[in-house]
Ligand binder design. Structure first.
Ligand code: NDP
Length: 328
């Protein structure tokens, strides 16, 4: 039996991704085989498929850092045929075939059981972006923030991580300030729960080492001058969850906010987060994310269209979340 897959190959330092037919014999070793329903497009998938960063470490490889589907074979204790499962990260699209295919074979320990609140499509509407947004919210809570602490700023709010962070935080009762370069998306961001929408240009240039206190916390998916300004404007005992690099990898800030205002900078890694942390994040997503709001962020595309979105997501042109229907 053959199935559809997108396969990335490399020649002359250029990556090409094309639709092809593979069979189970082409899959990599693992103790669970999954009939995939949906995958998704994250910023990291854009980096991988364009080759802007060396995410894919072995060729040919099926990209896609996420998938959700139904188990069709399993020799892994605790995962049975018929179980609905999902995977975010681990080795997918780095050294192991990823989610842009109708079949996947992986190590059982990488899988998360699908929470009953979600369909496999919802799980990929959340994807790594939404699960990272939840890890970021958990970091704010771990740092002691509650809705009474004050405003939370979400940068890159129109993107995947940002949109879902806005939706979760507002559902939890926080007053959320959404920072975006797309002010035309103000109504969309307000519909997700943002109380205020600000122009990202107010944060994206070099700023003062420390500035007037504005927010109790932040979910930052942008990095560079944006996170430096966000830190400089964070209140005493505030927490900044640092999860992304859409503006840049640099951190051009000052020590002053840390040593004068007791601020915590919390790093967020979704790829190798331990299973316990993933299970907590997914159970909190099931509790704290309004599925109705989530579905307003989603666009669905067929597998063959996926490579067309790789550059678009890097250019900040993709709003919210894009779900890949691998069977369409
Ligand atoms: P998206 O492309 O969906 O969102 C990124 C958003 O950042 C854009 O929509 C845009 O929002 C904003 N942005 C883009 N370029 C710039 C720029 N030059 N300056 C300022 N803002 C910009 O990506 P994702 O939400 O999937 O991922 C966001 C970031 O988080 C990425 O860097 C990704 O690598 C990282 N990430 C990290 C993870 C981890 O484990 N730590 C896991 C998942 C993602 P707007 O138009 O609203 O301004």
């Amino acid at each position: 039996m053959t199935f559809n897959a997108l396969l990335a190959t490399q020649a002359d330092n250029k990556i090409t991704t094309s639709l092809t037919k593979l069979s189970d014999a082409d899959l990599m070793p693992g103790d669970v085989t999954i009939a995939v329903d949906y995958s998704t497009i994250n910023y990291k998938d854009g980096l991988a498929m364009t080759g802007r960063l060396p995410i894919i470490q072995t060729f040919p490889l099926i990209p896609g850092i996420d998938f959700a589907g139904t188990v069709v074979e399993s020799s892994y204790s605790g995962i049975a045929v018929g179980d609905k499962v999902l995977q975010n990260g681990w080795a997918l699209s780095q050294t192991h075939h990823g989610g842009y295919a109708q079949r996947a074979r992986v190590r059982g320990e990488w899988l998360t059981k699908l929470p009953s609140a979600f369909t496999t499509r919802d799980a990929m509407a959340i994807g790594t972006a939404g699960y990272t947004a939840m890890l970021s919210v958990l970091a704010l809570e771990h740092g002691g923030l509650t809705p009474s602490s004050g405003d939370i700023i979400v940068t890159g709010a129109g993107g995947g991580v940002g949109s879902i962070a806005v939706a979760i935080l507002s559902n939890l009762g926080y007053r959320v300030i959404a920072s975006t370069g797309r002010l035309e998306e103000t109504d969309y961001l307000k519909s997700l729960g943002a109380s205020e929408v600000i122009d990202r240009a107010t944060l994206s240039n070099p700023g003062a080492p420390i500035a007037t206190e504005r927010w109790a916390g932040a979910v930052d998916s942008v990095g560079s001058h944006t996170i430096a300004n966000v830190i400089a404007q964070t209140k005493y005992l505030g927490v900044v969850a640092c999860c992304g690099l859409a503006q840049g990898l640099d951190l051009p800030g000052s020590m002053l906010p840390f040593i004068l205002r007791n601020i915590t900078l919390a790093g967020i890694d979704s790829v190798n987060a331990p299973s316990k942390m993933r299970d907590l994040a997914w159970s909190r997503l099931a509790r704290d994310l309004d599925v109705g709001k989530l579905r307003t962020t989603v666009k669905e595309i067929p597998l063959a269209d996926t490579p067309n979105y790789a550059q678009a997501i890097l250019d900040g042109k993709v709003r919210g979340r894009t779900v890949v229907n691998v069977n369409a």
